[in-house]
Design a protein around this ligand. Sequence first.
Ligand SMILES: CC(C)(COP(=O)(O)OP(=O)(O)OC[C@H]1O[C@@H](n2cnc3c(N)ncnc32)[C@H](O)[C@@H]1OP(=O)(O)O)[C@@H](O)C(=O)NCCC(=O)NCCS
Length: 173
Amino acid sequence: MTNTTDCLTLRRLSIADEPMLWTMLMHAAHESSLAAVHQQPLLRPYVEGWGRAGDLGWLAQHPAKTVGAAWCRCWTGSDQGYGYVDSTIPELAIAVLPPYCGQGIGSHLLAALLADARHRYTAISLSVRGDNPARQLYERFGFTAVKGSEVPNRVGGTSLTMRCPLASGQTIS
Ligand SMILES: CC(C)(COP(=O)(O)OP(=O)(O)OC[C@H]1O[C@@H](n2cnc3c(N)ncnc32)[C@H](O)[C@@H]1OP(=O)(O)O)[C@@H](O)C(=O)NCCC(=O)NCCS
């Protein structure tokens, strides 16, 4: 039997990947359509204008189909994501297409992104629903809940902010 990760390739995101990122954002935010994502002013800044200075991301292909992506960006001005900590700490977003979940792809993406981010940032944050099993994955990679960050979310549950220190972090201009 062929393991999914045997045919998996990872590559860095480019500006040209913005359309694909909207689809990944839809999955990451558990929305049912791209229209719903575009209608939400708090979701759009996770992808809009992808490719600005400091944006980092990776995508996974299997074998040629894009099946997942992990990306991060810092928040500027009045834009602040759900997992905002401060303007120097980028927020992570990640999604794997539903048929491909649970096969190690998210772990590969997260490892690639964190390795990259380590050269630029001192830490990375995210926002996750309290009942999302993805929380286990994040904890495995060193994310811990930011104290006092648990807040009601837009779907009636709670979400919390998690933060992962990036040990060898150094700022690259
Ligand atoms: C979260 C997500 C990116 C993880 O990618 P993945 O390829 O399923 O992850 P892996 O197979 O590498 O690792 C599985 C881990 O993710 C967790 N997980 C989260 N959602 C999962 C799902 N739908 N299916 C299987 N595992 C899932 C498991 O608990 C597991 O943790 P563990 O290995 O520590 O036990 C992916 O499941 C996904 O896109 N989920 C829907 C969107 C989402 O919730 N995004 C995160 C928003 S904060």
